[in-house]
Design a protein. Structure first.
Length: 334
């Protein structure tokens, strides 16, 4: 299995092509029917092998991506684009805008993962389902990101250190408005990341007074480092340990969380070893929180506050190995 890190290098080595001639491609997906290609301006595109449509569908254009249906391409065998044996096929073309190069690496990884979960020549129905899901995903990139790169990085640390990253990806939130970042059947975990030396985090009263004794808060202190990892780097490390379906979810959530902040992702690098060493778990009920009187409860719908949990982490920290066996006790070498 080729690593996610090498995929971007392979893509950059592709010869740029146009729709009118034979194009070099990286074959992906079960059966290698789908193709990653490089446009004439260096932009990535996914060619989904699909049956000719019985019902026409208009091309779609969003801020960052575009889709064209029933396009016929001549595909050159091999990734160097040199003259040789070629073949023709019918494809749905999903293209990333050349003007947003900061999204290209994310696009390549997400498209490869998407192709990996859809083998063979796609029916019209399946093609529409895949396209609609991808379009909905990219529509979420237009607004500013709901959360910071710091918060995302903290969550990725837990997944990377997990004994079973797949289990954490399955439990990862689907919406940024979810109360907890990870929701297992018997436990929820909220991640709080900070660059401050003290563990002062912002909480919602609903998170720490949920009435569930098993809910946890994971606190991590991040240290910037020019030699550290960006969110993209960390996502790639995690992706290598996942199957195609979970890779797809991972990349979708990372891109949606970063939003427009994806452009600055490479400028925010943190030290993974340091983050692992500072990672601590405490029960959510042990977090100091304001008291709301019974008489005010019907009228107060939400309370947000900042709480310093240094003392709680020092005195009531949960053993990492005891978090239902989900967190590795020793940081993994990368």
């Amino acid at each position: 299995m080729k690593s996610a890190t090498s995929l971007w290098t392979r893509f950059q080595e592709l010869k740029p092509g146009t729709d009118s001639g034979a194009v070099a491609a990286i074959r992906c997906g079960v059966g290698n029917q789908h193709l990653l290609v490089r446009g004439e301006h260096g932009e990535p595109a996914l060619l989904l092998s699909s049956e000719p449509r019985t019902t026409p569908r208009s091309d779609v254009r969003l801020k960052h991506v575009g889709v064209q249906f029933d396009r016929r391409f001549e595909i050159a065998h091999g990734e160097d684009g040199q003259p040789g044996r070629t073949e023709f096929g019918n494809f749905c073309k999903f293209t990333c805008d050349p003007s947003v190069p900061y999204l290209h690496q994310y696009f390549v990884e997400l498209m490869a993962a998407t192709a990996g979960t859809h083998g063979g020549v796609l029916t019209q129905k399946t093609t529409d389902e895949v396209v609609d899901a991808l379009l909905e995903h990219f529509r979420k990139l237009s607004p500013p990101a709901d959360r910071s790169v710091t918060g995302l990085w903290g969550e990725l640390v837990l997944i990377q250190l997990a004994a079973s990253p797949a289990e954490f990806v399955d439990a990862w939130h689907l919406r940024t408005t979810d109360g907890f970042d990870f929701a297992f059947e018997d436990q929820r975990i909220e991640v709080k990341a900070t660059e401050r030396p003290s563990r002062e985090h912002e909480f919602s009263l609903k998170q720490v007074r949920s009435g569930r004794e098993t809910d946890l808060v994971a606190s991590v202190i991040l240290s910037r480092s020019s030699a550290g990892l960006s969110a993209l780097d960390l996502t790639r490390l995690i992706s290598e340990r996942l199957d195609a379906a979970r890779q797809g979810k991972l990349w979708r959530l990372v891109i949606e969380t970063l939003g427009e902040d994806a452009e600055a992702d490479g400028e925010q690098r943190f030290d993974l070893t340091s983050a692992s060493e500072t990672l601590a778990f405490v029960r959510a009920v042990d977090v100091p929180a304001p008291e709301i009187s019974a008489g005010a409860t019907p009228y107060v719908t939400d309370v947000r506050f900042r709480s310093n949990i240094n003392t709680v982490c020092a005195e009531k920290s949960c053993e990492r190995v005891n978090v239902l066996g989900r967190i590795a006790s020793v940081p993994r070498e990368v």
